[in-house]
Design a protein around this ligand. Structure first.
Ligand code: NAG
Ligand code: NAG
Ligand code: NAG
Ligand code: NAG
Ligand code: NAG
Ligand code: NAG
Ligand code: NAG
Length: 924
């Protein structure tokens, strides 16, 4: 969908550009000859214009030529005023704000009515915010052209416009505040040939009826209107189809359904340009399009059209633009031999399965061919490109095609600018014919099954090369000095290959450099030649780079992702990292290196960070409090497997967006702060939040976007590595890992409030106290590891409510009592509970005396658990009673026990009292 967004931007730009354009001031001067000194201008019209000017706010003096002074008397020379050639009357007022460079604001004065001969009124691109369309306009009997595009007008369009019976063109587009509730008045405009209502609200359910009455209409623009669905009744209305003269039609982005086809097909003989993109068209594309023999432009992209592409398209000999992308079209791509004018063919994002014959091979004018993201199978060879002399853009990516050239030396008939063959099998050798493409600026040969040495010519292929993607092949060899190669702001992705040798010098203007998963070795200091005001992404992870991190991180104004993980980089993290301008840094990954020293406090300046991963190094010092105070947008924080010491600063709880918190395998002591319920992302139970998606990606200097979300998702996969398998979408992962430290004290009660948490690991610490009886509230928990602590007390019965729990480890604690019976807690392996000497019940050995006399010396005052229902109560009391009498009986017979357990008895009796009182009170 990214490309589609791009298109929207493009459209927006088209709208905005004229307004901003610095074109020289466009001055309309009367076309008439002015007699020496003689003033042609009619006084009453001049006064009317001055009064009109008074209603306006003209901050930039656009109308400075309008005035009462002697030398300004000739109103036919005023900016934007057009007088007739033959009579002195003002016939045109052209004050388009885009052409005048500045906007006029204010009100449109009724004084204009004095201009009885006005034929053309253009006030587009001005700021009449809050005003409606003035009703007096209906009194201009001679008005033929009314243009009020993008004027900030609002309100209901007055029906009286229908009285301007000579109107030929009416443009009210891009006034989002405008609404028309009835289009019947249109029928009076029998000369109307152009109607542009783009972007306004049309609440007339019979809108099509009004439009179909316009027998002279040639151009209709209703794109992006808020407009009711077409119903069959809107088509019932009788229209003499022979009168239909529509040639240009833009109905994109208005949720239109396929009923529109039956209307269109009745005027198929006149249509030249049809734009129906981003609607809700479904079903088949009507074969009848093939009879629209004048059709030049057809855009049906972004719908749900199915079935095959009609073969009749081949009859459209004038068609030069065809876009059927982003639909559900299937079957073969037809031969379009007859569409000899075709210049652009966009078929991407469909379900097309193959190519018929040589398909597009016969289209001599074809410049853009995009069949990416389909299910195309089979082999593409030279013969498919036989006559494509004009081809500039070729995109076959993400199909199951193999591109096999059979001649030994193939010299293609085209010179491409863009070649996208991602996931197209080209291998095993590097495709030689690419060498002939010396104008190429975008080259994507990723995942192409190439197992070869990189050819030397590649690096000098084209001086205009800006994008090179060779990732996910088995390409080997060295990368030469690139500092003077490529142009613009190059993107280079050669990740997942077998490149080796030293890191090359890069083009200083590079915007994306991905060299991860290769075998580059040696120092990384060459990255210092990069101009960080251009670089957005630097990924050198999974290589064998060593040496120190160079100290050249000033002005990283564009840098969003820096990934040096899984190398052998040593030394301290330089202080300049973050010292200035890390405004856009989203991810900093230094994991699995040999970095030492402390985290430089300058990183606090990088407040946009979402992912900070320095795990698996030799870093030390306290866990910095500034992480919580400044880096409040963090979603992933990994400090694990380092030498951090001290306590967990309570400031950590400011990280309300955190989803992965890993400080495991350090030397952290003290208590766990009692504020973890501040982690709202953990508290929210919602499984479907797309939290990581809130990073929408950054825009490069060349306008392209980079998808940071998918990058981070991948990063998380790597980050988790083999340590733990998490086979669902990683953005849903919510994890806390504090294991392998020296934490003491209780597990704070706040943990039970983390209802969205999926994995909790507190193992290998010195935690004491009970497992909170409310733990059952952590309903999303799938993995819980509390092993190797000194936790005591019983396993709370609430734990049985953790329905998703798949991994559990409570081993090596001091837990006691009976494992809550009859729950899924029995389903775990006995190892899960091992090393708790006083724990019993399935899957461990049965408790002595049917209920566990050795159980629970600790009285659980929290038994009054709101979540426990009466049934649970009854069973627990029943269990108690059984155990109680079991003990009594034993004690009666074993005297030695009686003395030993005297103290224990006192407690049990207290507990019996409390429990039964509570229980009885509840029952009544
Ligand atoms: C518009 O024309 C109708 C008749 O077609 C007339 O009744 C009405 O008064 C006119 N309105 C204006 C504002 O001229
Ligand atoms: C329909 O069109 C034909 C030919 O253009 C014309 O002769 C006829 O009068 C039209 N009929 C109506 C009802 O407008
Ligand atoms: C390069 O291609 C791969 C596979 O097609 C893709 O995942 C990756 O995002 C591309 N790299 C860039 C920088 O566009
Ligand atoms: C890590 O770096 C230290 C110096 O900071 C060095 O002594 C040690 O050998 C390095 N370890 C590895 C595994 O490279
Ligand atoms: C919880 O987070 C908010 C917002 O960041 C912060 O103001 C508050 O101090 C935090 N509470 C604790 C106990 O840290
Ligand atoms: C952990 O920190 C303590 C002091 O807090 C220190 O005595 C101990 O040696 C440290 N252990 C390691 C493995 O660094
Ligand atoms: C008014 C008119 O000519 N309507 C025709 C439109 O086209 C359909 C077939 O597509 C005919 O059935 C209608 O008569």
């Amino acid at each position: 969908m990214r490309e589609r967004e791009g298109m929207d931007d493009h459209k927006l730009l088209l709208l905005v550009l004229p307004i901003l354009s610095l074109c020289t001031r466009y001055v309309f001067v009367s076309a008439s000859q002015v007699g020496d000194g003689g003033v042609r201008c009619i006084e009453s019209e001049r006064q009317a214009l001055l009064e009109f000017k008074q209603g306006l706010i003209d901050e930039h003096g656009v109308l400075s030529s309008w005035g009462d002074e002697e030398h300004k008397k000739e109103c036919c020379r005023w900016t934007g005023v057009v007088c007739s050639k033959n009579t002195p009357h003002v016939i045109g007022l052209q004050l388009n704000g885009a052409k005048l460079r500045y906007q006029l604001r204010g009100n449109i004065s009724g004084a204009l009515l004095e201009l009885h001969h006005l034929n053309r009124l253009d006030l587009s691109n001005n700021g009449f915010r809050g005003n409606g369309i003035p009703e007096f306009i209906s009194s201009f009997k001679k008005l033929q052209h009314l243009h009020l595009m993008n004027c900030g007008l609002s309100g209901i369009i007055p029906y009286q416009l229908g009285n301007v019976s000579n109107l030929k063109t009416l443009d009210l587009s891009y006034n989002p505040g405008l609404e028309v509730d009835n289009l019947d008045w249109l029928s009076n405009l029998s000369f109307l040939s152009l109607l542009d209502l783009t972007g306004i609200k049309i609440s007339d359910t019979n809108w099509l009826r009004g439009i179909r009455r316009l027998s002279c209409l040639k151009e209709l623009y209703l794109a992006s209107c808020d407009i009711p669905q077409l119903t069959p009744s809107s088509l019932d209305f009788y229209v003499n189809s022979s009168s239909a003269s529509l040639t240009i039609l833009d109905l994109s982005g208005i949720k239109l359904n396929s009923l529109v086809f039956s209307w269109l097909m009745n005027m198929s003989m006149s249509l030249v340009s049809v734009e129906l993109s981003d609607n809700q068209l479904d079903g088949l594309i009507p074969d009848a399009f093939g009879s629209s023999i004048f059709l030049e432009y057809l855009d049906l992209s972004g719908n749900q059209l199915e079935g095959e592409i009609p073969k009749s398209f081949s009859k459209l000999s004038r068609l030069h633009f065809l876009d059927l992308s982003h639909n559900q079209l299937s079957g073969l791509v037809p031969e379009l031999r007859g569409s000899v004018s075709l210049r652009e063919l966009h078929l991407s994002h469909n379900k097309l399965t193959g190519l018929q014959g040589t398909s597009f091979g016969q289209l001599p004018k074809l410049e853009i061919l995009d069949v990416s993201y389909n299910f195309l199978q089979g082999i593409v060879s030279e013969s498919h490109f036989f006559k494509l002399h004009s081809l500039k853009v070729l995109d076959l990516s993400f199909n199951s095609l193999a591109f096999i050239v059979t001649t030994r030396v193939w010299i293609p008939p085209f010179q491409l600018n863009v070649l996208k063959l991602a996931s197209c099998y080209l291998g095993p050798h590097f495709p030689k014919w690419v060498q002939t493409q010396s104008n190429i600026s975008y080259l994507d040969l990723s995942s192409a099954g190439i197992s070869d040495r990189v050819p030397k010519w590649l690096w000098d292929l084209s001086p205009g090369l800006q994008y090179l993607n060779l990732s996910r092949n088995h390409i080997s060899g060295r990368v030469p000095d690139l500092s003077s190669k490529f142009s613009g702001f190059p993107t280079i992705d050669i990740s997942y290959n077998n490149f080796s040798g030293f890191l090359p010098l890069f083009n200083p203007n590079s915007s994306v450099l991905k060299l991860s998963r290769n075998m580059f070795w040696g120092s990384i200091s060459s990255i210092c030649t990069i101009n960080y005001t251009k670089l957005g992404l630097l990924d050198l992870s999974y290589n064998q780079l060593s040496g120190q991190l160079p100290d050249c991180w000033m002005s990283m104004t564009k840098l969003s992702i820096l990934n040096l993980a899984n190398n052998d980089i040593s030394g301290e993290i330089p202080r300049t990292l973050g010292q200035s301008d890390c405004w856009l840094l989203v991810a900093l990954q230094l994991r699995s290196n040999n970095l030492s020293g402390e985290l430089p406090s300058n990183l606090r300046n990088c407040q946009t960070l979402r992912l900070l991963d320095v795990g698996g190094n030799q870093l030390m010092g306290n866990v910095p409090a500034w992480i919580g105070t400044y880096l409040t947008r963090l979603m992933v924080l990994s400090l694990g497997d380092n030498k951090f010491y001290g306590t967990i600063p309570p400031e950590v709880c400011h990280l309300t967006k955190i989803q992965v918190l890993d400080v495991s395998r350090n030397n952290i002591s003290g208590r766990i702060p009692e504020c973890f319920n501040n982690f709202t992302s953990f508290v929210q139970r919602n499984r479907t939040t797309r939290s990581l998606i809130s990073i929408t990606g950054f825009v490069f200097s060349d306008g392209s976007r980079y998808d940071i979300d998918s990058y981070i998702e991948n990063a998380l996969v790597h980050w988790k590595g083999q340590e733990e398998e998490y086979n669902r979408t990683l953005r849903f992962l919510k994890l806390i890992d504090l294991s392998n430290n020296r934490l003491v004290g209780n597990i704070p009660k706040e943990f039970s409030l983390l209802r969205g948490l999926i994995s909790l690991n507190l193992s290998r610490n010195h935690l004491t106290g009970n497992i909170d009886s409310e733990i059952g509230q952590m309903g999303m928990l799938e993995s819980l590891d509390l092993s190797r602590n000194q936790l005591s007390g019983e396993i709370p019965i609430g734990m049985a409510e953790l329905n998703y729990l798949a991994v559990l480890d409570l081993s090596d604690n001091n837990l006691s009592g009976k494992i809550p019976p009859g729950t899924q807690l029995q389903g775990f392996d006995a190892m899960v509970y091992a090393g708790n000497n006083e724990l019993c019940g399935c899957p461990l050995a049965a408790c002595l005396s049917a209920g566990g006399p050795r159980s629970s010396p600790v009285i659980d005052q929290d038994i009054e658990d709101k979540n426990l229902d009466t049934g649970v109560y009854i069973s627990s009391v029943f269990g108690f009673v059984l155990g109680f009498w079991g003990v009594i009986v034993t004690l009666i017979f074993k005297k030695s026990w009686r003395n030993g357990y005297f103290g224990f008895w006192n407690k049990i009796l207290d507990w019996l009292y409390v429990t039964t009182t509570v229980y009885l009170r509840r029952l009544t």
